[in-house]
Ligand binder design. Structure first.
Ligand SMILES: [Zn+2]
Length: 288
């Protein structure tokens, strides 16, 4: 279990899923690692979770002190998938996509917002990114929602051409979203324009990257609506509900995701993470 959880163990609320239906047992508090280990051995829950918040009284969820700023990028819920996975499905390609999105978020969090204490874990179906910096730990819900909007490019900026800062984040996320968007999805929103956008996609993406609004308008007309549509999709690369919820519990790194038989693991090096690190030993032994 990562140090940042061990060092604050007794201030966190733990939650457990006793029967595979979800974390119905909450309000658990442990003062030592031994107590937690004993509890796990005695009760062998399906899943274990830990709060992003620290409390004076975690067993009553009272006396909120602060919360990590958490981002959840779930491969099964990506707004645009690079593979053939249907809703609720996950494969190596969409997991890789989720990993890249998490890396993009961490770039923006560190370069634009100056945050330094970023911690990653593999959740079993995607990735969690927790920001531990004191400067964001007391943010309230609406402020956390604004951070989500910023790091995902969820709002059309007033000036698309600004070289750095938010405009750049927005342009990059839009280009990424549009590049991967299939024509059917475009047709749902732009029945008449979809074919044209699809044909000119490479040029539109390039114009987006450069912030050339007039060029986009020249290529597909109504660029305002296209930008609004992309902004809305951008914000769904992460599960915003997780970020704004300061009392959220997240899967505990070092425990098993029983639904997929993969371990939720703490990741020291997100750039070089490979899924092999999350395969539990019993599954390897099973391969004989
Ligand atoms: Zn997939």
């Amino acid at each position: 279990m990562p140090d940042f959880i061990q060092q604050t163990l007794s201030l966190r609320e733990f939650g457990f899923d006793p029967d595979g239906t979800g974390p119905s047992q909450r309000y658990r508090q442990f003062f030592t690692m031994e107590q937690l280990a004993f509890y796990l051995r005695e009760n062998f829950p399906f899943s274990a979770y830990v709060s992003v918040a620290l409390y004076e009284k975690p067993s009553r969820r009272e006396g909120w002190i602060k919360s990590e700023l958490a981002f959840d990028v779930d491969a099964k819920d990506l707004p645009v998938k690079p593979c053939g996975c249907g809703e609720g499905q996950v494969c190596e390609r969409c997991l890789e996509e989720a990993r890249r999105v998490v890396m993009l978020l961490s770039d923006v969090l560190s370069s634009d917002l100056g945050l330094r204490e970023l911690r990653f874990s593999y959740s079993g179906r995607g990735f969690h990114l927790r920001v531990l910096d004191e400067s964001v730990s007391k943010l309230e819900q609406n402020e956390r929602a604004q951070v989500v909007s910023y790091v995902t490019g969820g709002v059309v900026p007033t000036d698309l051409t600004f070289v750095l800062g938010y405009s750049k984040v927005f342009r990059e996320f839009c280009a990424r979203t549009l590049e991967r968007l299939p024509e059917e999805r475009l047709r749902e929103v732009f029945p008449k324009l979809a074919k044209r956008i699809q044909e000119k996609k490479a040029e539109v993406v390039e114009a987006l990257r450069r912030g050339r609004r007039e060029e986009i308008r020249g290529l597909v007309g109504k660029e305002e609506r296209l930008l609004e549509f992309l902004a809305k999709l951008n914000s769904t690369w992460v599960d915003g509900k997780v970020t704004v919820d300061v009392k959220r519990i997240l899967r505990l790194p070092s425990t098993l995701h029983s639904g997929v038989s993969m371990k939720c693991v703490y990741i020291r090096d997100i750039e070089n993470f490979s899924l092999d690190q999350a395969v539990p030993r019993f599954a390897l032994e099973g391969r004989g």
